[in-house]
Design a binder for this molecule. Structure first.
Ligand code: ADP
Ligand code: MG
Length: 694
């Protein structure tokens, strides 16, 4: 048996149990070893029959007084009774359908029984206890691990399997950390840590063991991310000469908020510093990040440089193009658009103009990192909605702007998902951060409600009322496949049918008097754009859509967002969706429709009803789902955290991050022989999730 052996190599785990364990994602012996207890029960105290407390599960030591006897109660039901004693009292134990106990409980021997003692008349009794021979201490007389379970798998089955795994493989566990490293960071050796996290000697050892595992996990997370990150750019960035910002501000139809002004100031200082900018702008949906980015584009253009703005979807690229083109044209900045669905000829035309320097700002999707794209003088890379991009893509685009003399473009990242501080610390460790924590004036809070579909008639009434007031309504239906893919057209046929039928039903049966539009990811970019712009122009009252509108068009007249099957979305995503309303001056609402009764799920959605603060929501989201899920592991390549809790393990995180940094400082490519196991492990972890670290 070794770590990668299937769990069936353990005794008492056959094919059936193995299949059940798969539901917990446990396939191998190693998976089992990392299936950590969710809590512990202190069973170190062992009572005698006469002094055991009643009603509470505890360990009771007793001598078997006579051989167990079995009787058939009715068809398919046997009881096996056994009497145990101490020097003062006796206790009768009943086992249902466990005749095997006759063969393992011997008169005259002492056993420890774990169960609740009950009194029947003058007799103490216990039913179906776990037991083992005195002195064995596999689970009695110690701190017992309590595991998350699944149907057909008891806590005892898991703890027994883990015990076997530790006995057989505990010693062959190779510690990825060199001995010296363990000492320097006061970390327990891996074998001992796993032993103690499952079967702690005492609570102090448990705490040390947990710390070791949390440290390891966060260490590899930081290490992997540092290796993936664009190497910290040294040397020069595209140098801008300062310009009077008022020239740009005068082209805007509104005054910037203080938070926007501050952020513009911070970014401008970077652009004029000669060192490549690496800045993250965090701001809630609607906080006005675009005009801030545009200010940077403007300054770079005034200095003869090009900018690239990369966004995750075509529709967003188009929207940005439509707002930025007329705005920047006022300052003579030439704006172009490049998306994957454009005709080859159009693309070639754009490529040519880019290379000749006839475009100052190119807005596009992933198409921007394709091979044909060459810049004349790329000075600034902006990515919007960054969490949708893999960590490497930002670097890839920036790389296109590397000058022959080694100069690098500035990088500006806009995140519409406020990222919890803890996570930002790791993921954006190499970025300066600006926060836009103020909304443009006149915005109202969005009131959010959670309703079941039994309230549908009332909901329809509410929708009608909004339209009567001259407003518009979004109705979002989740498309799971659309959400998990980066490009359009990935929605399954069944999902497409469902949303089409739903829209048709609303139009014909519920709202025959209203104009119901439909937009989804299977539509061609042109068709999508057409529907969206019709909606923006007020030609539809209701817009049924899949998630394509998540980062979509700005329609200030839309005042109600209805989200069907809301439980299928992550909190941050729901918050993003909701941000599509409340963009005008009228009161806006969001209705989450869900029949899901799971208390966790309901609590998750209630978070949205309670607050409009994106930072608070993302903290909750992270707490509830873990960072892998938070970003969508596939897109982001972040390994799942099994032990660490990023909402609580902040101090260990800091330590682990520093240790990872120090290590990379000393050995930037982890090429020293003693660091091979570390490199192996980080590769393994990240490859599993992202399909490659390069
Ligand atoms: P996000 O941060 O979500 O990207 P946008 O940049 O799309 O937000 O801005 C949302 C809307 O607010 C846009 O219509 C934009 O024109 C408008 N806006 C941005 N800044 C201001 C401001 N200071 N005053 C008024 N409206 C603003
Ligand atoms: Mg935006």
């Amino acid at each position: 048996m070794n770590l990668s052996s299937p769990v069936t190599t353990l005794t008492r785990i056959g094919a059936q149990r193995a299949q059940k364990l798969q539901k917990l994602d446990i396939f191998t012996v190693e998976d089992l070893l990392y299936w950590l207890p969710r809590s512990y029960q202190d069973l170190r105290e062992i009572y005698s029959v006469s002094n055991a407390p009643e009603e509470l599960p505890c360990c009771v030591s007793g001598i078997v007084a006579a051989a167990p006897t079995t009787s058939l109660i009715r068809k398919g039901m046997t009881t096996t009774k056994v009497r145990v004693v101490d020097e003062r009292e006796r206790m009768e134990i009943t086992f249902f359908n466990q005749t095997y106990v006759r063969n393992v409980l011997f008169p005259g021997k002492t056993y420890i029984f774990y169960g609740a003692v009950e009194r029947k008349g003058s007799l103490r009794t216990m039913t179906n206890p776990m037991f083992e021979q005195e002195g064995k201490r596999h689970f009695t007389g110690r701190i017992m691990p309590i595991y998350h379970l699944t149907a057909g798998i008891s806590n005892f089955i898991i703890s027994e399997a883990v015990r076997q795994a530790l006995v057989n493989c505990g010693r062959s566990l190779v510690d990825p950390f060199p001995e010296e490293f363990l000492r320097a960071h006061e970390l327990m050796q891996i074998g001992r840590a796993l032993q103690n996290v499952h079967f702690p000697q005492d609570f102090e050892e448990l705490q040390k063991a947990t710390r070791r595992l949390v440290f390891e996990e966060l260490f590899f997370l930081s290490l992997g991310l540092s290796l993936m990150k664009s190497r910290r750019v040294e040397g020069t960035g595209f140098l801008c000469a300062p310009k009077d910002l008022r020239e740009y501000l005068d082209t805007l139809p509104f005054a910037l908020t203080n938070a926007q002004l501050r952020t513009v100031g911070e970014a401008m200082a970077d652009l004029c510093s000669g060192v490549p900018m690496n800045r993250l702008i965090q701001g809630d949906v609607g906080s006005g990040k675009t005009v801030v980015a545009a200010a940077c584009v403007w300054l770079v253009a005034q200095n003869g440089g090009q900018s690239a703005l990369m966004v995750p979807t075509e529709i967003l690229a188009e929207q940005h193009y439509q707002t930025l083109e007329p705005l920047l044209a006022q300052s003579g900045v030439r704006v172009g658009l490049l998306t994957g669905s454009m005709k080859a000829k159009q693309k070639r035309d754009i490529y040519e103009r880019l290379e000749l320097g006839m475009i100052d700002l190119i807005i596009g999707t992933h198409a921007l990192i394709s091979d044909g794209v060459r810049f004349h003088n790329l000075g600034l890379v902006v990515t919007d909605e960054q969490h949708r991009f893999g960590v490497g893509q930002r670097a890839k685009l920036a790389e296109k702007g590397r000058g022959s003399d080694g100069t690098m473009p500035h990088v500006l990242v806009m995140s519409a998902t406020p990222i919890p501080r803890t996570l930002a610390l790791i993921i954006y460790g190499d970025l300066e951060v600006s926060i836009i924590d103020e909304r443009p004036p006149g915005r109202q809070e969005i009131d959010t409600f959670l309703v079941g579909s039994d309230k549908r008639q009332r909901l329809y009434g509410f929708i009608r009322k909004q339209v009567e007031k001259g407003h518009q309504v979004y109705i979002v239906c989740p498309s799971v496949s659309e959400e998990t893919a980066l490009e359009k057209g990935t929605m399954t046929a069944a999902e497409l049918k469902a949303v089409e039928e739903y829209a048709a039903e609303l139009q014909t049966k519920v709202f025959p008097e209203l104009r119901v539009g439909l937009v989804h990811g299977r539509l061609k970019a042109k068709a999508k754009e057409q529907v969206m712009s019709q909606f923006a122009a007020g030609e539809w009252d209701l817009l049924v859509s899949t998630t394509v509108i998540e980062v979509g068009v700005d329609v200030p007249n839309a005042t109600l967002m209805v989200i069907e099957n809301a439980e299928r979305f992550g909190l941050s995503q729901l918050h993003q969706l909701r941000g599509r309303v409340g963009r005008g001056s009228a009161k806006s609402h969001c209705v989450l429709v869900s029949d899901n009764r799971n208390p966790d799920t309901r609590q998750r959605m209630k978070v949205l009803c309670g607050t409009n603060d994106g930072f608070q929501i993302s903290e909750e989201d992270l707490k509830l789902r873990g960072p892998g899920d938070f970003f969508g592991a596939r897109q982001h390549g972040l390994p799942q955290l099994r032990v660490a809790d990023l909402s609580g393990d902040l101090r260990v995180l800091q330590e682990a991050k520093e240790a990872a940094e120090a290590l990379l400082m000393a050995d930037p490519t982890l090429s020293r022989p003693e660091h091979q196991p570390l490199l192996e492990k980080v590769r393994q972890l990240f490859d599993k999730n992202s399909g490659g670290m390069n």
